[in-house]
Ligand binder design. Structure first.
Ligand SMILES: [Zn+2]
Length: 376
């Protein structure tokens, strides 16, 4: 009998969110919380697709420091600084500028400029330059999509660029018609709503019900000929309710370091002496959270060679966010905390018993390969 695998990636489907699944996803009776990775969705999605950690595939946050002698592709965006801030920080302006820039630079990956100050673009880089579902490799590591294609299997990956409801509609049409050996679908609506509303029970439940209905339709489409279908619905992390905002501006001015203000972490580059001073300043300011030096980052399997994401981080405690940061302002929900925090835990639901050894998001890719008969 033909074996097929359906993987549905649901952004922000975490350990806390799966508890509110109720009767959504009725066919997927096996549930488990999985360990996540340090960083944001770009890193966790890469881990789901490759089965490797950020230390291997190099993805963790949207922006890195451009490597020495690199091509500095973001530098032209400095021109945004010619506009008044009230204009260039507008979501719509940023969105259009990002789209135009991606086209000009020939990037097919996820490009979002958020609220990065224009004067910082010259030293920044985007690791995700290619369409993550069609790229052969992520940081030199193949995805299970690539491996399945190489093995001669038919593969469908939903176009993440297409608006969500249209993406589901298109995907289900393709799955009914082509019945690929492997399908990878993608939903971001839960993440978007939980950022906006926090973990409001009604929002979580309604959104999971919506997604569940789509997943059931996708299963029917892919298995209507009686093929042996395995389904996984997997998240990348959960979501914490925001309980505290930290204004980083005064401290950032005093630090005078090369740094990037992400929503939950301040990433810094500097000499040992500079970092020591920075740590003292932050401790004096009484920010809630912890300092992560290179050893602490290595322990969390973050990329540390050449420090693309920073020589040291200050990571906020769960529930705190920087406002304003280079990626946004006030929101009710956030992720990107320490890997031991509950909101860093992802969830997995399946129609088959989940093996005991599948304990973190990196363990799913080998399982998908096994299901397709292409793994060890
Ligand atoms: Zn998010």
């Amino acid at each position: 009998m033909t074996s097929r695998v359906l993987v549905v990636f649901v952004d922000a489907f975490g350990a806390r969110q799966i508890e509110r699944l109720g009767t959504s996803l009725p066919s997927l009776t096996h549930h488990k919380a999985l360990g996540g990775v340090l960083g944001y969705s770009s890193g966790a999605l890469a881990t789901v697709l490759t089965g490797k950690h950020p230390e291997d595939h190099g993805r963790m946050c949207l922006f890195t420091r451009a490597p020495e002698g690199g091509d500095r592709i973001l530098k032209p965006l400095r021109v945004l600084g010619l506009l008044p801030r009230i204009i260039h920080e507008r979501g719509r302006v940023r969105h259009l500028a990002g789209k135009a820039f991606a086209r000009m630079a020939g990037l097919t990956g996820y490009v979002s400029l958020h609220r990065v100050p224009p004067e910082e673009f010259h030293w920044l880089d985007l690791p995700e330059r290619d369409d993550i579902f069609n790229a052969r490799e992520l940081g030199g590591v193949p995805t299970f999509l690539t491996q399945a294609r190489d093995a001669g299997l038919s593969v469908y990956a939903a176009p993440w660029q297409v608006e969500e409801s249209r993406r589901w509609k298109n995907s289900i049409e393709v799955l009914s018609k082509d019945k690929p050996d492997l399908a990878f679908l993608y939903a971001t609506v839960l993440d978007a709503r939980l950022h906006e509303y926090g973990n409001r029970p009604d929002v979580v439940e309604e959104t999971l019900a919506e997604i569940g209905a789509h997943v059931e339709r996708a299963r029917d489409a892919m298995g209507s000929d009686g093929a042996d279908l395995t389904t996984y619905v997997v998240g990348d992390h959960g979501m914490a309710d925001v309980s505290r905002e930290v204004d980083p501006r005064r401290v950032v001015r005093r630090l005078g370091l090369r740094l990037f203000v992400d929503s939950t972490m301040l990433r810094m580059w500097g000499s040992g002496e500079e970092l020591k001073r920075a740590r003292r300043e932050i401790e004096l300011a009484g920010w809630p959270g912890k300092w992560l030096d290179s050893a602490a980052l290595t322990e969390r399997r973050a990329p540390v060679a050449d420090a693309p994401y920073g020589d040291a981080f200050f990571l906020l405690e769960e529930g705190a966010i920087f406002v304003p940061s280079y990626v946004g302002g006030s929101v009710r929900g956030m992720h990107g905390y320490d890997i031991s925090d509950f909101s860093a835990r992802a969830a997995l639901a399946s129609d088959r018993p989940i093996p005991e050894g599948l304990v973190e998001i990196a363990d799913l890719a080998p399982e998908v390969r096994r299901g397709l008969g292409i793994g060890p």
